[in-house]
Design a protein around this ligand. Sequence first.
Ligand SMILES: NC(=O)C1=CN([C@@H]2O[C@H](COP(=O)(O)OP(=O)(O)OC[C@H]3O[C@@H](n4cnc5c(N)ncnc54)[C@H](OP(=O)(O)O)[C@@H]3O)[C@@H](O)[C@H]2O)C=CC1
Ligand SMILES: Nc1nc2c(ncn2[C@@H]2O[C@H](COP(=O)(O)O)[C@@H](O)[C@H]2O)c(=O)[nH]1
Length: 325
Amino acid sequence: MQVFDYEDIQLVPNKCIVDSRSECDTSIKFGPKTFKIPVVPANMQTVIDENLAELLASNNYFYVMHRFEPEKRIEFIRDMEEKNLYTSISVGIKQEEFDFIDSLVAQKIVPDYITIDIAHGHSDRVVNMIKYIKEKLPDSFLIAGNVGTAEAVRELEHAGADATKVGIGPGKACITKLKTGFGTGGWQLAAIRLCAKAATKPIIADGGIRTDGDITKSIRFGADMVMIGSMLAGHEESPGSVYVQNGKTYKEYFGSASEYQKGEYRNVEGKRMLLPAKGPIMETLKEMQQDLQSSISYAGGKDLMSLRKVDYVIVKNSIYNGDLH
Ligand SMILES: NC(=O)C1=CN([C@@H]2O[C@H](COP(=O)(O)OP(=O)(O)OC[C@H]3O[C@@H](n4cnc5c(N)ncnc54)[C@H](OP(=O)(O)O)[C@@H]3O)[C@@H](O)[C@H]2O)C=CC1
Ligand SMILES: Nc1nc2c(ncn2[C@@H]2O[C@H](COP(=O)(O)O)[C@@H](O)[C@H]2O)c(=O)[nH]1
């Protein structure tokens, strides 16, 4: 198997066929809806909250609400529905989550999107939850993860998942590789390729995105959607405490398996960090869209799927020849 990561790859340009980058279409149909760009903020407590979810949904961006305040989920869905906005929530796999699915059914609530959010998604417990949700809420678009192998993608799809989420340990706040020796950290892009080749349904590339060009590379290697944590955290609208150190403002970003999230030091696989405070998230998303439009023009196409056809070369450590800062 060829092993590489984002910084090892460069895409080879094709002849441009547009007069302006504004002609390039970055939209993506994912599940029942079409979104402006193939990017979704990570379903982490320092990345997304109810207000940001509303902002994203009302501006045609995909979002996945996190699952760390489980008691607020039904109220959240009702609020979004009242505003005629689509609904997208996360669940776990413990017994109380099966009860939560039952309570949705009892109240006739059908979320548009449900994401099963588990560190090691290739397990019978996840398969059972997929089957349960598909039986009880067949009209919800069901995303399951996280996984890092072709076998896992096939098994979750076979159980009924409508999309799978790929990435074990490449995240910025992640320490899974260090704590366990496992994961796709260091070869996430190759793992996306491996999983996409096995997939018959959409996949989400999750974790390890450090530049806008990495979004393009994820699409090239088979992702339909790209989940981003650290690059979309730390904005004005981002949840997370603000800190001022030596006159500079920072916002916290912590892993969902960190002791800050868990409230205890048990099976910790995530850390906390302070990110320099950024401006409005809409500016960052707009820049991502413009960079994707440029990418499409370099690909010699007019839409996102033209990225899939471009050649690539493996250039070890190329980031040092083109770093942004
Ligand atoms: N994408 C990634 O690389 C990673 C993401 N995360 C994020 O951290 C959050 C917490 O995840 P998670 O711990 O799965 O959620 P939960 O705390 O809900 O745990 C899931 C359930 O699976 C059991 N389990 C058994 N083996 C494992 C295993 N190897 N990894 C995880 N659970 C296992 C757990 O039991 P018990 O706790 O008793 O073992 C628990 O009952 C999620 O948001 C997840 O996405 C965490 C690590 C990696
Ligand atoms: N191993 C861990 N992975 C985690 C944890 N919390 C979140 N995550 C994953 O990271 C991505 C975001 O990655 P980034 O590189 O864009 O910052 C997120 O979507 C999760 O899949 C954790 O505690 N441990």
